[in-house]
Design a binder for this molecule. Sequence first.
Ligand SMILES: [Zn+2]
Length: 508
Amino acid sequence: MYSKVYSAALLGINMEMVAVETDVSDGLPSFEMVGLLNSEVKEARERVRSAIKNTGYLLPPKRITVNLSPADIRKEGSSFDLPIAVSILSSLGLIYHRNVSDEKIMIAGELSLSGKILPMNGVLPMVIAAREKGIRTFIVPMENAKEGAVIKDVNIYGMTTLRDVISFLNGTEYESEPYVDFSNMYKDMENIDKEQLDFADISGQEAVKRAAKIAVAGMHHMLLIGTPGSGKSMIAKRIPGILPKPNMEECMEITKIHSIAGQLKGSNIKLNRPFRAPHHSVTDKALIGGGSNPRPGEITLAHRGVLFLDELAEFKRETIDALRQPLETGEVIINRLNGSYVFPAGIMLVAATNPCKCGYYPDRNRCSCSEIQVKNYLGKISGPILDRIDICVNTPPVMVEDIGKKSSESSEDIRKEIENVRRIQEERFKGEPYRFNSQITPSKLEEYCMLSKEAKSIIDKAYKSLGLSVRVYHKMMRVARTIADLDGEVYVEAKHIAEAIGYRTEIF
Ligand SMILES: [Zn+2]
């Protein structure tokens, strides 16, 4: 007998429908599986056989053939176990109440040998993709049911064992996971905000906070240089909270990526912007994404939020260089024999470093590094990444008199100011392929960054006396544009340029 059930294969951040067909016929007893399967899927045979046995059924001595189609899509992972088991049981006539071959039911989940259903990655993108193809009923692992339930007009059944699935398909009543109204959750976001770290908790460091505000307002990547304990990561962690609130579409996008990476951890939707801080020993693959069937890396998990690279000088140069392309285009492209995979990577980069190996330069009471050693240490930071950084700021140690003092501005105040500047940019860049001051192309700089006479003379003087490159000159113009926007000024004035010049360092 023949039967067919639907499941899905993960391709990058998208899901493709896969039909799992089974044919049982007389002949020498065998169990064959075909359809471009990787080794994990091939192993399903043993898991499925045991799970079926331990659920109380015996596979008859017949010729069983399972085919996963279309054949040109590579299938990997263990989430095909459950659809394979259901397809086999159905072709043996053991699932009889509901006709799984005719009804459009999508099934996914890994099986343990005992018949328990184990959680999987990517349920949300699977439900989104299948719903577009007219599928309304889903059987998924219990742990992932909530995740799928944020999609309207579908029935999500969370199951714990293969036995549950068999009884369900044979007519036992089950409650579908109730629909989670995502738009209502979104409205409640004010409450979630309270869990985010607040700039008001940071004593002193006003200059650094100011730099962070400018960086976020114009989407300028930034670098913090300071001694250990000066609060570099404290500041970085608060940046997602001053980025404009993500809209519903962005929340969905963030959630989808975390679903694929198996990072939802019990929660069913992401309502905050992500903050990712990979350790400096991170591999290229973990940072950028990759693998034979490519998976998103840290930069994609930080999409729409902040990627924080602490101790930038300690990262391997090749790892940092691999960031260059994604920072430029906002996406990661991975080419494989069977096609290219595109992962989104629209991030704000925040990097931090000690000023020298010991960390205390220029405090000569504590730092005995020579000038050359200091230079070499910062020189380790790769040039291509510095090219992408517009704002560099020193984070001084916290002053004794500032300890315990509350800051004047809360994250919410700062965010409101930033949202204003974002609106100015939206208006300004209508018809341009970019959205932020940090992205203004050199040919458009003069048009968008109109300098007052005095401002022009200051930047030209700085260009000559500091021996700046044209690239740094352009960066300063862009940063000054953002500072002027924060002041609500059309022209870039002398004070804006002067402040922007302060955000460069000798290592640029
Ligand atoms: Zn030192």
